[in-house]
Design a protein around this ligand. Structure first.
Ligand code: ZN
Length: 77
């Protein structure tokens, strides 16, 4: 739910697909939303708290899904 509400307020989109295959969809004081072609991830103060993916839709937990974990690997590695 939080993901959807924040996405509606998105005004800035950074596309940097040549170097890293993910996009920062939203960047606020506390929250950040990052997505790639398979998943999107909501970060609160840098920590993943919620995610959605193409296969499962909204996740209660960002952990345990291969799509989301691939995205997290790109972000945090
Ligand atoms: Zn999933």
């Amino acid at each position: 739910m939080i993901v959807i509400e924040i996405k509606k307020k998105t005004t800035k989109v950074n596309i940097n697909m040549a170097e890293v295959a993910y996009r920062v969809v939203f960047e606020g004081a506390f929250y950040k939303i990052i997505e790639d072609d398979e998943a999107s991830l909501l970060l609160f103060e840098g920590k993943p708290i919620s995610a959605t993916c193409v296969e499962h839709g909204t996740h209660g937990s960002p952990y345990g899904c291969p799509h989301v974990e691939r995205l997290m690997k790109k972000i945090f590695s």
